[in-house]
Design a protein around this ligand. Structure first.
Ligand code: SME
Length: 161
């Protein structure tokens, strides 16, 4: 297992994803514990992009429940259909929020968060098992480059479930 990430900070966002994804694969290779692997994936994303908050919410019965994350403390439970995370779960779609103040029902765990992306992860029955949530302190931080590369990471997470 690789124990140190190499992500030169001068790279473009796309180049960082391209450098990061093989390293994430190497990080989880040979480890079967889900929480250990998710924790390292979250740390790798936080370290590479220095976003405000990167974390997981697990689907547990009728709620999302906080899982491994890096960043400020966060709300622990979110109902289906509520906030960006609950809406991603309900619609089964990636949601990019360029300005959280413009998203009706956005749940502000941190007042510093200004934009957000949430990507659902599906289990073998094509149900949402968890969502990957990323918050930025800047407006407009996320676009199609993020959704396309993060969906590669969420597909990898799906193989770990
Ligand atoms: N903003 C999210 C809540 C989770 S925090 O961002 C960590 C939402 O609206 O679902």
């Amino acid at each position: 297992m690789a124990e140190e990430l190499i992500i030169p900070q001068h790279l473009s966002k796309e180049e960082k994803y391209k450098a990061l994804i093989p390293q994430i694969n190497a990080l989880v290779m040979g480890e079967t514990d889900l929480i250990a692997n998710l924790s390292n994936i979250i740390a790798a994303l936080k370290f590479s992009f220095n976003w405000l908050w990167v974390g997981i919410y697990f689907v547990k019965e009728e709620e999302l429940v906080l899982g491994p994350f890096q960043g400020p403390v966060a709300c622990t439970r979110i109902k289906k259909g509520k906030g960006v995370c609950g809406t991603s779960w309900l619609t089964q779609k990636t949601i990019i929020v360029k300005d959280v103040d413009q998203f009706p029902g956005h749940i502000a765990c941190s007042s510093a968060s200004q934009s957000e992306i949430v990507v659902p992860v599906f289990n073998k029955n094509s149900e949402v098992a968890l969502v990957l949530d990323i918050d930025s302190e800047k407006l407009n931080s996320f676009d199609e480059i993020d959704s396309s590369h993060l969906s590669k990471i969420t597909k990898l997470i799906a193989t770990l479930l």
